[in-house]
Design a protein around this ligand. Structure first.
Ligand code: GLN
Length: 537
C-alpha cells in the first residue's frame, strides 16, 4: 500500500493544541490497525530546540536516540505508545543547514540554490524518509498559516499533493472559532480568512478541526462548510476537554476517523479503543487525590514541565488517584510553609542557579520529614548536595555548575564535558544503560536488573565523594557501569526517597505508566491516607 500523508496546519492563533489533534488522529487510525508515524516541522532557524529557553518553547523532549526535539513529540509518543526518533522532528534551520552544507560541497555546482526547488526538495525528502514503511504519516507544520517562516513547509506540503496523488494526501486545518461574549456569538470570519490564506498557497483543506469553547450547532457547521468549501461531515468540533486523553474519543464520536479513511480511500478494521477508553474512565473517576509539590523554576509556564506533568498523571492513573500539582516558588524564603501540607515533593530537571537554595531546602525537608521525594536529573544533584551538606556536614558542598570554586564539588563535569565548546547537542543525551542494585527501591519498582533511560545533562555525581556518601547511608541503586556513573540514588530509612540522573518522565505513557512514577504516586497516596487517618484520630 502507498503511504498516505495527512498534513496538519494551524490557523488564526498559535497554541491551539495542533499536536494533540494530530496525536489523537494518529491514535484513532492506529486503533484501526494502521501503522502510523508522525513528524513535526518547526519553522524557526534554530537547528533544534536544545538551546532555547523553556519559557519560549516549552519543554525540550528527548528521544531514545538522543535528539532534543519539540514537545509535540512527547504527545506523539504518549498517544501512539511508540518511540519517535531524530527524524520525526526537524526545523527550518536544520533544512537550511543541510542544503548549505551540500552547496559548499559542490552538489549544486552551476545552479542558483533557491527556496523552490532546493529547500522544498530537501523538506519533501525528509517527509518521504520518515514516512517510509508506514501506512500513514501525519505531518504537523508548526506555526500559523500566514507566517512568513512556514511558507516553504506549506509549499512542500502542496507539492506532495501533486506528486503523491490527491487520494494519498489529506490536508487538515486546525483553527479557532472565537466566542464573542458581548454579542454572545461564535465567529467564523477568522477561520474563513485563514482558509483563504491556505488557498493562496494552493492548499484547500479537506477537514477543519474547530477549537471552540461552545458547541458549534448545525448552522455554524453549515456556514463553515459553505465558506471554507469543506463538506459538513468534515467540519469537526474540538471543544476544551478536561483531559487531553479524551480528544480521540471526541473526534471518533463525530466520525473523523471514518471521514479520513473515506477521503484517503482506505479500508481498515473496525476500531479498537477499549484500552484507551478505560484509561479515560480511570482518569475521570479517581478514587483518591494527592498533592505533589513541584519545585521548578518556570512556575508560570506549565509547558516547561509537560512530560513531568503527564507522567504524574499516568502515575495517578495507575493508582486511581487524581494528582494535583502545586508549583512552588523556590526563591521564597518561607518555602517550608509551601510544602507543609503536601503528600509528595518532586524536583524536576533544570539549568541555572535561580531558586537552587530553595530546592536544597525542600530536599532536606523531604528527607527529614519522611515526605516522598522524587528527583529528576537536577533533582538528583540537589539531593546529593543536600545530603553532603547536612548529613556529611561538608559545608559549602555544591555543584560546580553553581559554584565553580566549591570546596566540596560533589557534582562536577567529567573531563570530556570540560573541553566542550559548542553548546548545541553536546550534553549527555539519549539512552544509557543502567544496572540496578538488588533489593533496592529502584530494583523493586522496575522488576529488572538492567534498564535504559534517557538523559539530558552535563554534570555528574563526583565519584571522589561516592564512598563517603555511601558510607553515610546514601544508596547508589543504579549505575551506568561502562563509565561507572551514578544513575540513581535513594535513602534506606525513608518511605520513598529516590532520584535519577536521567529523565524517566520521557518514557511514561498513559497505557504504560512509568514504574517510578507509579511507585512515587503510590507513596504519596500512602502518606495522604496516613495523614487523613491521623487527622481523624
Ligand atoms: N543542569 C544540570 C546538568 O546539566 C541538570 C540538567 C537537567 O536537569 N536536565 O547536569
Amino acid at each position: 500500500m502507498n503511504t498516505k500523508y495527512i498534513f496538519v496546519t494551524g490557523g488564526v492563533v498559535s497554541s491551539l493544541g495542533k499536536g494533540i489533534s494530530a496525536s489523537s488522529i494518529g491514535k484513532l487510525l492506529q486503533a484501526r490497525g494502521l501503522s502510523v508515524t508522525m513528524l513535526k516541522c518547526d519553522p524557526y532557524i534554530n537547528v533544534d530546540p536544545g538551546t532555547m529557553n523553556p519559557f519560549q518553547h516549552g519543554e525540550v523532549f528527548v528521544t531514545e536516540d538522543g535528539a532534543e526535539t519539540d514537545l509535540d513529540l512527547g504527545h506523539y509518543e504518549r498517544f501512539l505508545n511508540r518511540e519517535m526518533h531524530h527524524t520525526n522532528n526537524f526545523t527550518a534551520g536544520k533544512v537550511y543547514q543541510s542544503v548549505i552544507e551540500r552547496e559548499r560541497r559542490g552538489d549544486f555546482l552551476g545552479t542558483t540554490v533557491q527556496v523552490i526547488p532546493h529547500i522544498t526538495d530537501e523538506i519533501k525528502n525528509r517527509f518521504r524518509a520518515v514516512a517510509k514503511g508506514a501506512d500513514i504519516a501525519i505531518i504537523e507544520i508548526g506555526g500559523t498559516v500566514g507566517d512568513i517562516e512556514s511558507l516553504p513547509f506549506l509549499e512542500a506540503a502542496r507539492q506532495m499533493g501533486l506528486e503523491a496523488g490527491r487520494d494519498n494526501v489529506l490536508y487538515l486545518h486546525v483553527t479557532l472559532i472565537p466566542y464573542i461574549r458581548a454579542s454572545e456569538e461564535l465567529k467564523t470570519k477568522p477561520t474563513q480568512h485563514s482558509v483563504q490564506k491556505l488557498r493562496e498557497i494552493g492548499i484547500s483543506p479537506d477537514v477543519l478541526v474547530c477549537r471552540t469553547e461552545r458547541p458549534l450547532g448545525p448552522e455554524m457547521r453549515a456556514k463553515l462548510s459553505m465558506f471554507c468549501s469543506v463538506p459538513k461531515e468534515s467540519v469537526i468540533e474540538a471543544p476544551d476537554c478536561e483531559s487531553i486523553y479524551e480528544v480521540p474519543t471526541v473526534f471518533h464520536k463525530q466520525g473523523l476517523d471514518e471521514q479520513i479513511l473515506m477521503l484517503l480511500r482506505l479500508r481498515a478494521q473496525s476500531k479498537d479503543l477499549d484500552g484507551w477508553n478505560e484509561i479515560v474512565r480511570r482518569l475521570k473517576n479517581p478514587k483518591r487525590e494527592v498533592v505533589v509539590a513541584l519545585a521548578g523554576k518556570y512556575t508560570d509556564y506549565k509547558d516547561a514541565y509537560k512530560s513531568v506533568n503527564e507522567a504524574l498523571i499516568h502515575g495517578g492513573i495507575a493508582n486511581e488517584a487524581k494528582v494535583r500539582v502545586r508549583f512552588l516558588d523556590t526563591t521564597d524564603p518561607k518555602i517550608a510553609e509551601q510544602v507543609a501540607d503536601v503528600d509528595a515533593i518532586l524536583v524536576p530537571g533544570g539549568f541555572g542557579d535561580r531558586g537552587i537554595e530553595g530546592k536544597i531546602r525542600v530536599a532536606q525537608l523531604a528527607r527529614e520529614n519522611k515526605v516522598p521525594y522524587f528527583g529528576l536529573c537536577l533533582g538528583l544533584q540537589i539531593a546529593v548536595i543536600e545530603f553532603s551538606r547536612n548529613v556529611l556536614k561538608l559545608s559549602g558542598a555544591h555543584s560546580t555548575e553553581f559554584d565553580p570554586k566549591s570546596r566540596y564539588p560533589v557534582i562536577d563535569l567529567l573531563p570530556e564535558q570540560k573541553s566542550v565548546k559548542d553548546k548545541g547537542a553536546t550534553m549527555r543525551l539519549g539512552v544509557y544503560e543502567c544496572s540496578l542494585k538488588k533489593g533496592t527501591l529502584a530494583h523493586r519498582a522496575y522488576g529488572a536488573a538492567t534498564i535504559s533511560e534517557r538523559h539530558r545533562h552535563r554534570f555528574e555525581v563526583n565519584n571522589k565523594f561516592r564512598k563517603l556518601l555511601e558510607d553515610a547511608g546514601l544508596v547508589v541503586s543504579g549505575v551506568h557501569a561502562p563509565k561507572n556513573l551514578v544513575e540513581i540514588v535513594e535513602l534506606k530509612d525513608h518511605p520513598w526517597f529516590l532520584a535519577t540522573q536521567f529523565h524517566p518522565e520521557f518514557k511514561s505513557r498513559p497505557e504504560d505508566p512509568h514504574p517510578l512514577f507509579r511507585g512515587f504516586i503510590a507513596a504519596a497516596v500512602e502518606r495522604a491516607q496516613a495523614r487523613q487517618a491521623h487527622a481523624r484520630a
